[in-house]
Design a protein. Structure first.
Length: 58
């Protein structure tokens, strides 16, 4: 996931989250969304590394 994709996802998530009642303050909400996006990126990198490792072992 690229940085622009992460930013787009955060922007898309904000209206959806603000439609429901949030228990977080706005700055906390932004930090949470940023951390979630970072986790998604790291998980994607991990999956890519696993695929590369599998292809090297075959």
């Amino acid at each position: 996931m690229t940085t622009s994709t992460v930013a787009e996802r955060i922007i898309q998530d904000i209206p959806a989250r603000s439609a429901s009642k949030s228990c977080y303050k706005a700055d906390q909400e932004v930090k949470l969304l940023d951390l979630q996006a970072e986790i998604d990126c790291l998980l994607q990198e991990l999956q890519n590394l696993k695929i590369q490792r599998q292809s090297c072992n075959q």
